[in-house]
Design a protein around this ligand. Structure first.
Ligand code: S3P
Length: 171
């Protein structure tokens, strides 16, 4: 099944861009965080609190495996840490075209100002943490991706157009 999958760090715009792509392509939109929350009956923050990050990472793999068996072609936004597991990167490759939305620390800081829903960013040294995680994760994102698009300062419409151009209208 050829889905369009968006990966990248928190605040990269995977959900907003994903919804725009789904609208333009007339496809259904899915978000792995949302699917996990629905299945677990609690928020991502609550899952981290009560069951821990490891359990959440396991749920990400389960949800990906489920998406593999859907019959229609969807647009899928993923949680920022999902491509870090090799197992997940392999499933992503099978799922379809994987697009890495690359962003700078400044963009993440600006977009997630005041956000309380990301457990990994609820610390006073947020900026340093983002910088470090972006550095650590970039390699895994690139390994998982078929295409890389810089998302800083771009609207969802602009990113969709760029994506169409890069894929030669074969989305
Ligand atoms: C995470 C990103 C979040 C969510 C969880 C962990 C991460 O998703 O899955 O808080 O490890 O980067 P978004 O990228 O949609 O914010």
């Amino acid at each position: 099944m050829s889905h369009l999958i968006l990966i990248g760090y928190m605040g990269a715009g995977k959900t907003t861009v994903g919804k725009e792509c789904a609208r333009q392509l007339g496809r259904a939109f899915e978000d792995t965080d949302y699917l996990i929350e629905k299945k677990a009956g609690k928020t991502v923050s609550r899952i981290f609190e009560t069951e821990g990050e490891f359990a959440f990472r396991r749920m990400e793999t389960e949800v990906l495996l489920q998406l593999e068996s859907t019959s229609d072609s969807k647009v899928i936004a993923t949680g920022g840490g999902l491509p870090l597991r090799k197992e997940n990167r392999e499933i992503l490759k099978r799922l379809g075209i994987v697009v890495y939305l690359e962003v700078k620390t400044e963009t993440v800081m600006e977009r997630l100002k005041g956000d309380t829903t990301r457990p990994l960013l609820q610390y006073s040294d947020r900026e340093q943490r983002i910088e470090k995680m972006l550095r650590e994760r970039d390699g895994a994102y690139r390994l998982a991706a078929d295409l890389v698009i810089s998302a800083d300062g771009k609207s969802p419409e602009q990113i969709f157009k760029e994506l169409e151009r890069l894929t030669g209208g074969k989305l």
